[in-house]
Design a protein around this ligand. Structure first.
Ligand code: HEC
Length: 201
């Protein structure tokens, strides 16, 4: 007996091949589309160019979007040194690679990815626990180099272990954390109150 057309194996094999091919094209298009949105310094404006670490960062409530968004302010060079885009890229990248090498994600989250033992680090540059704007960068370096003695109590009794981070690595990590805090994350993490700073309102 002949099989009816819709039950033929040949038809469904062709359908499977065509759907796979079509979805591959969709995946490629979506990949390019998100690359455009996540590229540092890209037109979407969500992820800032690395040289943003030369500026002050604060948060403003955007009424239209109903969430707080990062705003880039006046010149405020990190560690008092204005960097070119290339130098800033090198420093931020070194910081990012160090966070991978030391597996910070084993305890922390970045942009919500990682483990939930310790606080999310996306906006840690703006954490009020650093006390004041003026001392923040040096405090962060000191903390990273020896978190056991310099614990500030970021909302828990947990202590961060000493990870033998060098002075150079600590500076690079702070640059990475400052750059990270400028990313427009659609209000993530929620209910976050940034450190109060001069020029902030
Ligand atoms: C073994 C777990 C663990 C690892 C690994 C770890 N941390 Fe931590 N981290 C903690 C804990 C716990 C705290 C909270 C400490 C406190 O309150 O004193 C913390 C706090 C911090 C803070 C302050 C957070 C804030 O809200 O401002 C920063 C910044 C930080 N860690 C950066 C790092 C970086 C960078 C790495 C990787 C190089 C790292 N941590 C690796 C456990 C860890």
């Amino acid at each position: 007996m002949e099989t009816v057309w819709w039950a033929s194996e040949d038809l469904w094999r062709k359908v499977a091949i065509w759907i796979t091919a079509f979805m591959t094209v969709v995946l490629i298009v979506l990949t390019y589309d998100s690359l455009h949105a996540i590229t540092a310094g890209g037109e979407s404006g969500r992820v800032k160019a690395y040289s943003v670490i030369n500026n002050r960062v604060y948060y403003k409530f955007d009424k239209e979007r109903n969430l707080p968004v990062p705003v880039i302010g006046d010149s405020a060079p990190l560690f008092g040194k204005t960097l070119t885009e290339d130098e800033a890229y090198a420093l931020v990248t070194k910081g990012k690679i160090t966070t991978h090498a030391k597996n910070c994600m084993g305890c922390h989250t970045f942009l919500g990815n990682g483990a939930y033992y310790a606080p999310d680090l996306t906006k840690s540059w703006l954490d009020p626990a650093w006390g004041s704007e003026g001392v923040r960068e040096e405090l962060m370096v000191t903390f990273l180099k020896d978190p056991e003695t310099n614990a500030r109590g970021f909302g828990s009794d947990r202590k961060m272990p000493n990870l033998n981070i060098t002075d150079e690595e600590a500076h690079a990590i702070v640059a990475y954390l400052k750059w990270l805090s400028t990313i427009d994350t659609n209000g993530f993490p929620r209910n976050f109150t940034p450190i109060s700073q001069e020029g902030d309102r």
